[in-house]
Design a protein around this ligand. Sequence first.
Ligand SMILES: [Zn+2]
Length: 461
Amino acid sequence: MTNKYLSKLISIILALAVMLSFSVVYAEGNILLTDTSHQYIKIGLAYGSNAVQAVKLESSSGFIQVDCSYDGWGAVRNITDNKELYIVYDDEYGSAVVTDIDVSFRYPITDGQALIAASTSLDSQFITINGKKYRDGVCVTLNSDNSINVINYIEIEHYLWGVMKNEIGDQYPSEALKAFAVTTRSFAYAKLGSHNNYGFDLCMGNDCQMYRGVDSERAVCTAAYKDTIGLVMKYDGKIATGNHYANSGGHTLNSEDAWVSVVPYLRAVEDPYSPEYTWDVSFTYAQIKDKLLAQGISIGDILRVEISSATDYGAVLELKITGTDGETTLSKGKIKSTFSLRSQLFTLSSDIASESSEVETVESGCVYVMGADGVAVKLDTKDLVIYDGNKTVSGSELDWSGFAFKPDADAAPTDTLTFHGKGNGHGVGMSQSGIKVMAEQGFGFEDILKFYFTGITIEQK
Ligand SMILES: [Zn+2]
């Protein structure tokens, strides 16, 4: 065989291989080389101080390099023969490039481009990014040191499938899950571009929505998204971002009572659906002093703590604390964070040592024990056990003539303050335990949303 003949044969084989690779794309997913019928979003996976030097990508259907936007993508190159690719920074190109393990090719990948799984069939559209499985594709941006920010370029509904389980779990009736589907979708659309400085929309963290890719998808959650596809909450024609938390404690909060701005659809409503949830937490005055010091507030020894401002429905807005060297007023979220409280719905009670456990003899053989609440209990002295915070003394051991017992001053109980609270979370918007009960009582997802979000409509994006 001549060299000329051989090279012709090779080129025929190569052409066949290319045709074959195209046919794989068409055959496996029946896809067109453009998708302009879906909306896409960019989710930051690793960026800033977590940026990487190389991105390893795996896809059983191979890859397509595309020009991408919110409104879809158009292919610029099929790389369907390679099931494993890398994105690295390349000095020669001065940009990120797509390559294989042997660096047998290098294709620059610019801002505005992505690599997506070649198959768009739901069963095989996965792309593994540095060992973790996601849907659709990946794009990157570069930092000034040429480290790579890794971004999941993903159809917005596919993104949402990987959110709900992390935010509230999957143990809810379907109408509650649908309410939550509309809430998270509204949030995603309203927050597009939140991390534009890194070139993506939303991160995976708490400040955006907890997204964890394919591993956190659950069939019941995905069904809730499919049943409400495209639906968002709107107020005054604009998308309303739905906030949520664990339990309202019986009353939700106005946005400005927890935070700063007045948001017209985040109004306080009496909530008969959230199951009762109460909590108590106590601190000694010495602990309160330490907690203030930890916040950089120095007012000496604590003398008094009082609620100086609250809403008519019981949300505490200001807590005034008086010390030997001054006073301070904590407000709203600062109260919660300083004392690690579960909510702003609380009352206070003090237990002041100097006022408690007054003991007086009334008649031979008996004593009355009176607590700080002023209620006296009559006891036979032989049944009495006195605990002064340090040691225990039985009534029968004491000389009651002339009443000789005195608590040890050094070991006296310390002053304590107790917060008696209701609810769990910031209290603005939707109560997760409330939507569960509403769904169990037969409310549909639209009624559930309209109960917690005042004056909203539910419509297509
Ligand atoms: Zn974020």
